[in-house]
Design a protein around this ligand. Structure first.
Ligand code: AMP
Length: 437
């Protein structure tokens, strides 16, 4: 037997349904915030990630899937979505043809050669947004509240945003130096990764998972004390707007994010009963120019769909429908033709219909109908059909009635259309959805 590659998952059954449901909630929320869907290639020139994300990041140094294609080009499977969107923005000259800011969202698979464990895959799915062409703190706040509100719409009411500011280049350079002088006496005691980070990317020492409990980490300098006036003002405005948007957040000086391209606002989405981040993002005002585009202020985030789905399944809070409207039963060829006709008619009228595909005993058909939690059974019988009649049985109350086949759509319209609200409508009826207010 050939098994799936390490660090990948098969989406099947309930997990697949919850996944689709989460995607539908995301799509519907993005529409309300007027973010346009964007789809960029899963593989890109390796240089895009080396230059874009930065050579000092774990993602680029240790985790990319790199290969040479048959034309000897260096190709990388995308480890994240931002670099591809920025490349597309530049290549398609969106800065000239679009009304800025450009607001886009994506949803797709990313590839990271990580050690597989719970919540850590090699093929992972992320949705994310990128806003290109606005430096206004209102944009940071909108992006953060969008991620937050989608979590709330999905029922993750205990979501808290951990937010921090890395400031502008001047503030960060000052902070870098302060960190280096602070950690210098402890250099020998730091883990191997942090020894390397000390020169390349000292900010990342702050979110070291190995040493962070050590006493001297607690007194390390905090970036917020090193922000210049402009950076401080930007951060205060973001917090002020988040208050208006009623986003639950905490200021967390440990959030520095792994990637090199961030400045000013950085944030992660956490839930209170799980300390794995569901997503994160921030402002990246220099990435477009690093990739040879015109200077463009940007902000965005990415959320892991696999972890979102895990949380929703663990808490049993999905609104996924796992039943069908009707199962059509028959025993002979003449009835089968009517079943084919009726199934088509009802499906095209918006009902969820299953039927039998080979002539099997009624007993096994009842079993299959129960397996699909069918609300109704449609029982076909040649004698009735000759008179234009079909039997409809409510599978819960067990009441049944004969109706004229030509009225079947009216019958179902009357009896079950209220249950057939699309996912979006379900959520408009649920509590805690800020998106529709
Ligand atoms: P990042 O792009 O590293 O900031 O990650 C954003 C989100 O993507 C994380 O908060 C996770 O939810 C998800 N994520 C990142 N790496 C993985 C992975 N290896 N497996 C599953 N989800 C991941």
């Amino acid at each position: 037997m050939i098994s799936k590659p390490k660090g990948t998952v098969d989406l099947t059954d309930k997990r697949a349904r919850v996944f689709k449901y989460v995607e539908e909630v995301i799509d519907s929320c993005m529409e309300k915030y007027n973010y346009n869907y964007i789809r960029t290639p899963i593989f890109e020139a390796s240089l895009l990630f080396h230059r874009g994300i930065g050579n000092s990041t774990d993602i680029v140094t240790k985790e990319t899937y790199d290969f040479k294609d048959r034309g000897d080009r260096s190709i990388t499977l995308r480890p994240e979505g931002t670099a591809g969107v920025v490349r597309s923005y530049i290549e398609n000259k969106m800065y000239g043809t679009h009304n800025l800011p450009v607001k886009v969202y994506y949803n797709g698979t990313m590839y990271r050669y990580e050690r597989p464990q719970k919540g850590r895959l090699r093929e992972l799915s992320q949705y994310g947004v990128e806003v290109l062409g606005s430096s206004d703190p209102m944009m940071d706040a909108e992006v953060i509240s969008l991620a937050y509100n989608i979590n709330k719409m999905l029922g993750l009411d205990d979501t808290v945003v951990h937010i921090n500011s890395l400031g502008d280049k001047e503030s960060r350079d000052k902070y870098r130096e302060a960190l280096k002088s602070y950690f210098k006496p402890y250099l020998d005691d730091l883990c191997d990764d942090c020894k390397e980070r000390f020169d390349k990317n000292p900010l990342r020492i702050i979110d070291c998972k190995v040493d962070s409990d050590k006493d001297y980490f607690k007194d390390a300098p905090k970036i917020l004390d090193y922000l210049n006036e402009e950076s401080k003002e930007h951060f205060e405005k973001v917090c002020e707007y988040l208050d208006i948007l009623e986003v639950k957040y905490v200021i967390d000086s440990k959030i520095v994010r792994g990637l090199d391209y961030y400045n000013h606002t950085v944030f992660e989405l956490m839930t209170t009963d799980n300390n794995l981040a569901l997503g994160g993002g921030g402002r990246y005002d220099n990435l477009v120019s690093t990739l040879d585009g015109p200077s463009t202020a940007c902000v965005g985030f990415a959320v892991g769909l696999d972890r979102l789905v895990d949380e929703i399944i663990e808490r049993d809070i999905d609104n996924v429908r796992n039943d069908i409207d009707a199962f059509i039963m028959y025993v002979n060829e003449d009835e089968k033709k009517n079943a084919i006709y009726l199934a088509n008619l009802l499906r095209m009228s918006g009902f969820v219909i299953e039927t039998e595909y080979t002539e099997r005993s009624l007993k096994s058909q009842f079993k299959r109908a129960d397996y699909f939690n069918s609300k109704y059974l449609i029982l076909l019988n040649s004698d009735d059909l000759n008179e234009g009649l079909i039997t409809i049985k409510n599978n819960k109350t067990k009441e049944e009635e004969k109706i004229m086949m030509e009225y079947v759509i009216y019958y179902f319209d009357e009896h079950i259309s209220d249950d057939n609200l699309p996912v979006e409508e379900y959520h408009n009826h649920s509590e805690g959805c800020d998106c529709d207010e």
